[in-house]
Design a protein. Structure first.
Length: 732
């Protein structure tokens, strides 16, 4: 049974086929080869190729190569590789706009002869001013009523290379008072003396996108020309070009909303800046939202296809939470990524009462084959799992405390080994099994472990809307990449490039396909096991109120939904969360119970879908009381969203209730302005080098100061207030 949402494009195509307007569907993906594709393009690729797979038809790959000054063969090759990697193939239907340059030129002459186009000698600025405004009609160009023979002669001389760049343009002769300003005699051709990567120096005039796009669609027999919403105003010009030239068959343009992700920029121009300015290590840097970057990071094409399906197709603008993509990636990797143990910051432990190694069997995959784990006298644990003076609520290793080694039994810390003030090791013993143990930690045998380079990737930007105002590069996350030398199970050291693994309790990783060598893997973190970003990311401060009344907000996004999703959406649940509830009946029962105990439906669904992994959801108690209690603490201000995530993680791990955890740990949000201002001052004064760098122009360091304040307050500070205070202090 087809469970895909019946979005407006599926419905429209189905109606076209049923009415006999077409016997087969032809769509196209038309990228300009002036950069690498990003995940927004992936949504369009999945949509166009998916529709032609679902209905009888095919999809063409066509390069919009009409601007040779910015286009390169490298981009052509990369785009083809990306589309194939996503799982789609165009077969013999690979086209370039330049394939049709001769036909488009001949139609340009026809438009001139028919009095529907003319050659204009105005500059770009003169044309811009002459178009008028929304309130005022445009002013006709003095070249508009020139005899067709004059324009035809000039157009042929433009083609012959008689004029420099910018001397003339071919303009459509439509309506200088049209309500749609796209119809106020738009340019169709411009002069550009540049070598083209396909045609060389054969041409020195090139068609504009709004002229080439509809004609290429017609030449290729495209039935449904699907564009993003910013081209909606261009549709009138698209239809005019088709009608004025008389080409057949007649294609039609349809628009859907483009993908927008928080903590991300999806402007190709800005991505090029990141590469050219050295902010990243290239187009395939695993922090980039490019398909090449996602592939190198270790995201599988199946996850991107699923993400595109979950986001859906709509006509209203919205911003998708990057957490949804991360959630989909986790679910995609969970069943296929073999488990290994590793420690990122090794701390030696001697188990004094272990005379001989103990071998246990641990699953490599859930329900799959096992692998032997050898517990030896000397092991390594993660330094972050030990606290000599444990804070309230600490459930890991500390003097006299007992924890469970993952797949390795119980361990009690008996003695701390120091060199000066530094803890360099622990001595421990193995108590008998029995009783409740609050925490589990990972470990590796010091005798068997191998050293591996681990690259810990985080979101590239530290704010939700990095390009909302100012220089988007000022919001780069200074901790978007941390490289450590970890110690891992011996078997992991034998892996070659291009392998997915899960490091238990740490996340999903991928052996870097470029830098890994057999026996020397380099691990890229694809995604953490939990959404840890909310623990460290300050919320972006709201923009100042505009001087004049703001335009009405865009209407909320409306997505077509399945029947199974409809009850949840009707209750106010977002489409992405509704999809999770519809697919997991047990999770839906927890949701229903939480709502029955007073949790708002949208909040209950959000916590279940985005803050709880699929594995954790299967273990939830069905009565929903715990979730309802957590949501109420957020609502009454006892917990911030960030602290609530920490409490929720502990609730899932220990089974304790929210009130018990809050009482035991004392975690509540700190919003005392004076107290936090003092901490901000201490942090800034303690880092004079960072302050000097910030004053020298490295404004992204504001994120560093925010992070340090959050660390000093153990994450309890109100992050929005911290960011406000940091910005204010730095500005003084």
């Amino acid at each position: 049974m087809d469970t895909k949402p019946n979005n407006f494009l599926r419905q429209l195509i189905g109606e076209d086929l049923a009415a006999g307007r077409y016997t087969a569907v032809r769509t196209r993906f038309p990228p300009e080869p002036n950069g690498y594709l990003h995940i927004g393009h992936a949504k369009s690729i999945c949509l166009n190729f998916g529709l032609s797979q679902e209905f009888p038809g095919r999809t063409h790959l066509r390069f919009d190569d009409t601007n040779p000054a910015k286009e390169e063969q490298e981009y052509v090759d990369a785009i083809q590789a990306d589309v194939r990697w996503l799982g789609f193939d165009w077969g013999e239907h690979l086209y370039y706009a330049s394939d049709f340059f001769d036909r488009m030129y001949q139609l340009g002459e026809k438009l001139i002869r028919d009095g529907k186009a003319y050659v204009c000698g105005q500059t770009d600025e003169q044309m811009r001013v002459g178009r008028g405004s929304v309130e005022e009609p445009g002013t006709p160009s003095p070249w508009r009523d020139a005899p067709p023979l004059q324009s035809l002669d000039l157009f042929r001389r433009m083609r012959a290379g008689d004029f420099p760049d910018g001397a003339y343009t071919l303009r459509a002769r439509i309506d200088m008072s049209a309500a749609n300003m796209k119809l106020r005699d738009p340019p169709l051709y411009r002069i550009r003396h540049a070598t083209h990567q396909q045609t060389g120096d054969a041409w020195c005039i090139y068609p504009m996108y709004d002229y080439a796009h509809p004609l290429c669609d017609a030449f290729e027999g495209i039935t449904h020309s699907i564009c993003t919403l910013e081209f909606e105003n261009n549709r009138d010009l698209y239809d005019w070009v088709i009608e004025a030239t008389g080409v057949q068959p007649v294609p039609h343009q349809y628009e859907f909303v483009r993908l927008q992700l928080n903590y991300t920029v999806l402007s190709k121009r800005k991505l090029i800046q990141l590469v050219q300015d050295g902010c990243v290590r290239g187009w395939d840097d695993p922090r980039m939202p490019t398909i090449a970057g996602l592939r190198r990071r270790g995201v599988r094409p199946s996850a991107i296809r699923e993400f595109a399906e979950r986001v859906g197709v709509a006509k209203a603008n919205s911003v998708v939470d990057l957490g949804l993509l991360e959630h989909v990636i986790r679910d995609d990797l969970n069943p296929v990524a073999p488990r290994y143990l590793a420690v990122l910051d090794p701390l030696p432990v001697e188990i004094v009462d272990l005379d001989a190694p103990v071998v246990s069997e641990a699953p490599r995959l859930e329900g799959g084959p096992t692998r032997p784990l050898r517990l030896t006298r000397h092991i390594l644990v993660d330094r972050g799992d030990f606290a000599e003076v444990p804070p309230p609520g600490w459930h890991r290793l500390a003097p006299g405390r007992v924890v469970r080694l993952r797949h390795g039994g119980l361990l009690r810390c008996d003695e701390v080994v120091r060199e000066g003030d530094r803890v360099v090791g622990l001595r421990a013993s193995r108590p008998p099994e029995g009783g409740k143990v609050p925490g589990t930690i990972q470990w590796v045998s010091a005798d068997d472990a191998v050293s591996v380079e681990v690259r810990l990737y985080e979101r590239l930007f530290a704010v939700e809307r990095p390009d909302a105002e100012g220089d988007f590069r000022a919001h780069l996350n200074p901790e978007s990449l941390v490289v450590v030398t970890a110690r891992a199970e011996a078997a992991l050291g034998a892996l070659g490039p291009g392998v997915h693994v899960q490091l238990e309790r740490l996340g999903y990783f991928y052996t870097d396909p470029a830098d890994s060598r057999p026996g020397a893997p380099v691990l890229n973190r694809v995604v953490s096991l939990k959404d840890g970003w909310a623990k460290v990311a300050p919320k972006q401060a709201p923009a100042e109120a505009p001087a004049r009344p703001a335009a009405p907000a865009a209407p909320p996004r409306v997505l077509e939904v399945t029947e199974a999703m409809r009850p949840f959406v009707t209750a106010g649940v977002g489409a992405e969360a509704a999809a999770v509830l519809a697919a997991e009946p047990a999770t839906a029962r927890v949701y229903d119970a939480a709502v029955a105990h007073g949790a708002p439906p949208a909040e209950a669904a959000r916590w279940l879908a985005t803050a709880t992994s699929r594995e954790q959801r299967t273990a939830l108690k069905p009565d929903g009381r715990a979730l309802a209690a957590l949501v109420s603490r957020v609502a009454d201000g006892t917990l911030s969203s960030r602290l609530a995530r920490e409490v929720w993680a502990e609730m899932l791990e220990t089974g304790d209730g929210v009130d018990a955890i809050v009482a035991r740990t004392g975690v509540t949000q700190v919003s005392d302005r004076a107290a936090l201002a003092a901490v901000v001052a201490e942090v800034v004064q303690a880092n004079p080098d960072k302050l000097a760098a910030w004053r020298a122009g490295k404004t992204a360091l504001a994120g560093f100061f925010v992070g340090e304040v959050m660390k000093r307050t153990k994450g309890a500070a109100n992050p929005k207030l911290v960011q406000e205070l940091v910005v204010g202090y730095l500005a003084t």
